[in-house]
Unconditional design. Structure first.
Length: 319
């Protein structure tokens, strides 16, 4: 069975932390560890600790043990500089995914010029916060479905939810490269971004700017059905590149997929490991009559010309 290794980091065991930790601990597809910064900062490391407590990673190699890091309501001052730099390095160079769940604490801290602040897709907006003053309805945008981030089990609109959601980070300023995948709509106010997506080098950062633990199915007896669907899908997507890297060195793209007889096709080689060296890689092409030829794949693209009718196969060799 494929599993995703997830580290959940938060300042205190708030609802978002506890709901997500419980969900992942009960799902065999995930291996979860948790790190509560508040508990680790107390004398002797005592205090309220998660039953899945883990030490805070310090280096890029430490962070890279995990496919996805869930960052809760924390800011740059919460992490030692070496730990923050190591996290950024692991995301940008090793493709570690980040799920970000900010809250009141992050919003109250203000602008963050630390390495952690540079990693996140948004910063606190100016002015006073109105967190908790208004609730709204969660709604996916078409971009989420088109990019594969909307779980099939979740409806586009959530009018049937048994509970409203609240913005967890009010009045944010999004980075220019961030994409909005979902919004929170209100009866008498402009919509607010609810889910945002950004890329940091080889890693993807998904920001949730609403109270995800309030996502419920239409009947109370069903429990947090949509909360589970949301997070299982999001974390699986964030871990995708790391899972691929563990099981296959590259993905091949063929265009066109069904070339006409006598025409050609382009094969694009996309390594799944950020530091992959394509020198020495070759694309082996087997024709319908059994003849084989090999072409260097060092450039990342191979052109196949004059394709005869019948089945052709390609494979990477020399990995």
């Amino acid at each position: 069975m494929l599993f995703r290794s997830v580290l959940v980091v938060d300042a205190v065991p708030r609802f978002e932390f506890r709901f997500l930790e419980h969900l992942l601990a009960s799902d065999r597809r995930f291996r979860v560890e948790s790190c509560l910064l508040d508990g680790q900062s107390r004398a002797g490391g005592e205090g309220k600790r998660s039953r899945l407590a883990a030490p805070l990673p310090q280096t890029a190699a430490d962070w890279s043990r995990f496919d996805v890091v869930v960052l809760g309501d924390i800011h740059g001052d919460d992490l030692p500089s070496d730990a923050a730099t190591g996290l950024v390095d692991a995301v940008q160079n090793d493709g570690v995914g980040v799920a970000w769940l900010p809250g009141r604490r992050w919003h109250a801290h203000g602008a963050d010029a630390s390495p952690l602040g540079e990693l996140l897709p948004a910063s606190p907006g100016s002015g006073s916060s109105t967190l908790g003053a208004r609730g709204g309805r969660f709604q996916w945008l078409p971009a989420a479905s088109q990019a594969g981030w909307q779980p099939v089990a979740m409806p586009i609109r959530a009018e049937a939810m048994s509970a409203m959601v609240w913005p967890s980070a009010d009045g944010v300023s999004l980075d220019p490269t961030a994409r909005v995948l979902a919004i929170t709509t209100f009866d008498e106010a402009a919509p607010a971004p609810a889910v945002v997506l950004d890329q940091r080098g080889a890693g993807t950062v998904l920001g949730t700017l609403f109270t995800t633990w309030r996502l419920r199915g239409p009947a109370a007896s069903q429990g947090p059905v949509d909360h589970a669907a949301f997070w299982r899908h999001a974390l699986a997507r964030l871990a995708e590149s790391r899972i691929l890297a563990r099981h296959t060195p590259a993905v091949l793209g063929i265009e066109p997929a069904h070339p006409a007889s006598g025409a050609g096709a382009r094969v694009d080689i996309e390594p799944t490991r950020p530091a992959a060296d394509l020198r020495g890689w070759e694309l082996e092409h087997t024709r319908p009559d059994g003849r084989q030829d090999r072409t260097s794949a060092a450039s990342g693209t191979v052109r196949l010309d004059h394709l005869e009718p019948g089945w052709h196969s390609v494979a990477l060799v020399g990995l």
